[in-house]
Design a protein around this ligand. Structure first.
Ligand SMILES: Nc1ncnc2c1ncn2[C@@H]1O[C@H](COP(=O)(O)OP(=O)(O)OP(=O)(O)O)[C@@H](O)[C@H]1O
Ligand SMILES: [Mg+2]
Length: 234
């Protein structure tokens, strides 16, 4: 479904991705783990068209999408949920969800999807009219995910959904990710919480300073001494 081949990305003189190749098959949850600055967010931004690669290519459903404008990639069903809960702080919960549905012209469908989001994230229903910026961190994370789901994406690129959340909420967010996947959305999951990410992923890749250094079945990686030492706290 997604094929990344020999991707290089530069920020000026900084060589952030140094020939990254990997793939994701339809229906999978693939985790991408790595330390701060490894290039995880850079990789997601390049897939979704926010950054341009200096070399290599990204193909999605057998079409080369690298070089295409971000909105064209979104309209193919690839949704990027950025790190740090980028909601619209001055808009209400409902308005934020409407923004997520900007591709949908059918008002009834928007209302239906919104209702489905309120079923999945009841806390958002209780706060429909509240401004995004006044939600708690966990609630903002729920809103970010709900907004991304308004268009029923085929592939979701999730950047550190657990960041800054209390353990109970982390569990909840990961349960929701699994549920989203079971309902047919493929997921590329970037996480520093390697334990949680590997526990729900089918396969995983380890990214270190711009290069993939390990890959395999998530369960095998969980038992790999290098992974245990570096990412699972010894
Ligand atoms: N806009 C930018 N300008 C210059 N360098 C950048 C820019 N964005 C990222 N970088 C650098 O590129 C490298 C990869 O950054 P990236 O944000 O992809 O890392 P990451 O793996 O997502 O890290 P984290 O886990 O901390 O979010 C880092 O060394 C970072 O400093
Ligand atoms: Mg990042």
């Amino acid at each position: 479904m997604l094929n990344v081949s020999n991707l290089h990305v530069h920020y000026g003189a900084i060589h952030a991705l140094k020939g990254v190749s990997f793939n994701l098959e339809e229906g999978e949850i693939v985790a991408l783990i790595g330390s701060n600055g490894a290039g995880k967010s850079t990789l997601l931004k390049t897939i979704s068209g926010l950054l341009e690669a200096t070399e290599g290519e990204v193909s999605y459903q057998d079409e080369i999408i690298s070089g295409q404008p971000a909105q064209d990639i979104v309209s193919k069903g690839v949704i990027h949920i950025p790190e740090g809960r980028k909601i619209f702080p001055k808009m209400t919960v409902v308005e934020n969800l409407e923004m997520g549905a900007f591709l949908l012209r059918d008002r009834r469908l928007v209302a239906e999807r919104m209702e489905a989001m309120f079923e999945r994230f009841p806390v958002l229903r209780d706060r429909k009219k509240q401004l995004g910026g006044t939600l708690s961190g966990g609630e903002q994370q729920m809103l970010t995910m709900a907004r991304g789901l308004m268009t029923n994406p085929k592939l979701m690129l999730l950047d550190e959904p657990s960041m800054g959340l209390a353990p109970v909420l982390v569990e909840k967010v990961f349960d929701i990710i699994e549920e989203i996947n079971e309902q047919g959305t493929s997921i590329l999951l970037v996480e520093q919480n390697a334990q949680m990410a590997l526990s729900i992923a089918d396969r995983a890749y380890v990214l270190e300073t711009g290069r993939i250094t390990l890959s395999g079945d998530a369960l095998d990686l969980m038992e790999n001494p290098l992974v245990i030492e570096a990412y699972l706290g010894g």
